[in-house]
Design a protein around this ligand. Structure first.
Ligand code: SF4
Length: 412
């Protein structure tokens, strides 16, 4: 049975209907004077209904218990992947300066808690860049289904599918980084299990846990396209807040633990992948791939095209060979609505549109520690760009493990 992401306690509901108005997607309705999730398939999992409920009747599903259970089971290999925006936020609840990169500390804490392997969703982001940039080039060539809309943000994808179905074909066919990486981890596990079986051995079952800044990712992993051979590619999504709770339950102080390195091979990623957690980051990463240059001057030129910054709608253009590619970068669903209406009315025309449902991107996702005031948001944003500036590999296609994966697991 699929457990819903948004849960409504009818006992607590006073029937005011505020959540019905707050829901962007029309997923909640009233039945016999009580709020009820009428269309689970319409729910984006963003939880915009939650802070608006005056009686606390709405909650987001917690997955801490099943993850503890998996960690305690010796027959299960538990593999974690950590999203880009988690590392600059999880330190908030441990007295670590805002925006500081705590990835190494988090890796160490997860190992103490029993995770067998810890990888980086940034690797999945590098894969996404490879696929999405190839898709953009193909669409520019054919002229079909332009603009290409990014598909990394499940809140945005659901919004577009529900409210603007006429643009469905514009959404990139690429999976999001967590979904792509989850599928890869499970495929690798299946290949290893098949090899072991030939030798008369059996391996532990693999369970993949994504650690995400986002409640909508809990809904994303239940989408039918994220199942392979009837099995979910990612088994559970834990938000930053849930992992904070687990770390505290385990008696670990993140500020005191010695940092550890990620596991290889999927612990290696580029600076381009690191900035996926901020508005404009996906676009910048794709453009780095397309301009075929690693010169610092060229990379800086991309960041100065207008795609960085916190405005709700940003516009930029970049020259790719003999073509000027027109880009829009959007954060917040209200701004997405404005932009889609303008595209529909023929007032604007783009080749590539990035949308993040949360203002400023995943750094302020619904699963991140609160409060998230402007200073906290800025510190997290600065933290993400700092990780990029420190990265030795700047472009996704320069990640040597990506090439290996295309020659290995993903061959053909
Ligand atoms: Fe999730 Fe918000 Fe990031 Fe979209 S922008 S992926 S809803 S955290």
């Amino acid at each position: 049975m699929i457990r819903r992401v948004i849960q409504i306690d009818e006992e607590k509901c006073n029937g005011c209907g505020i959540c019905v108005t707050a829901c962007h997607e029309g997923a909640i309705g009233m039945v016999d004077g009580k709020a009820r999730l009428m269309r689970d398939d319409y729910c984006d999992g963003l939880g915009d209904c939650l802070p608006n409920c005056p009686t606390g009747a709405i909650s987001i599903r917690q997955d801490v218990d099943p993850v503890w259970k998996a960690l305690a089971d010796k027959n299960i290999r538990v593999v974690a992947q950590i999203a880009p925006a988690v590392r600059v936020a999880i330190g908030d609840k441990f007295g670590i300066p805002k925006g500081e990169n705590t990835l190494g500390r988090l890796v160490a804490a997860l190992r103490h808690m029993g995770f067998d392997e810890v990888y980086d969703t940034n690797f999945g982001a590098d894969l996404t860049v490879m696929e999405e940039s190839a898709e953009l080039l193909e669409r520019l060539k054919s002229g079909k289904n332009l603009p290409l809309f990014t598909s990394c943000c499940p809140g945005w994808v659901k919004f577009c599918e529900n409210r603007y179905p006429e643009f469905r074909e514009n959404i990139s066919t690429c999976r999001s980084p967590q979904a792509m990486f989850g599928a890869l981890l499970k495929e690798e596990a299946r290949m290893k299990a098949a090899e072991a079986e030939k030798e008369g051995r059996s391996l532990r079952k693999t369970v993949v846990i994504s650690i995400m800044p986002c409640t909508a990712k809990k809904a994303e992993i239940k989408r039918p396209e994220h199942f392979t051979e009837g099995q979910q590619d990612v088994d559970y999504v834990l938000t930053t807040t849930e992992v904070t709770r687990m770390i505290k339950e385990a008696g670990i102080d993140l500020s005191q633990i010695e940092p550890e390195a990620l596991d290889m091979p999927f612990g290696l990623s580029s600076g381009a992948a690191a900035i996926f957690g901020v508005t404009g980051g996906v676009t910048e990463a794709v453009l780095r791939r397309l301009v075929h240059s690693s010169r610092m001057e060229d990379l800086q030129d991309i960041s100065f095209t207008g795609i960085r910054g916190i405005e709700g709608i940003k516009e930029a253009s970049i020259q790719l060979e003999d073509r000027t590619v027109k880009i829009a970068v959007v954060n917040g669903l209200r701004c997405a609505e404005t932009l889609l209406e303008r595209i529909k009315a023929g007032e604007v025309q783009y080749d590539f549109v990035e949308v993040m449902a949360c203002k400023r991107g995943c750094i302020a996702g619904g699963g991140q520690p609160v409060p998230i005031g402007p200073r906290t948001k800025q510190a997290r944003l600065d933290g993400m760009y700092k990780i990029d500036s420190m990265a030795q590999i700047k472009r996704s296609d320069e990640n040597p493990i990506i090439a290996e994966v295309y020659e290995g697991i993903l061959k053909g």
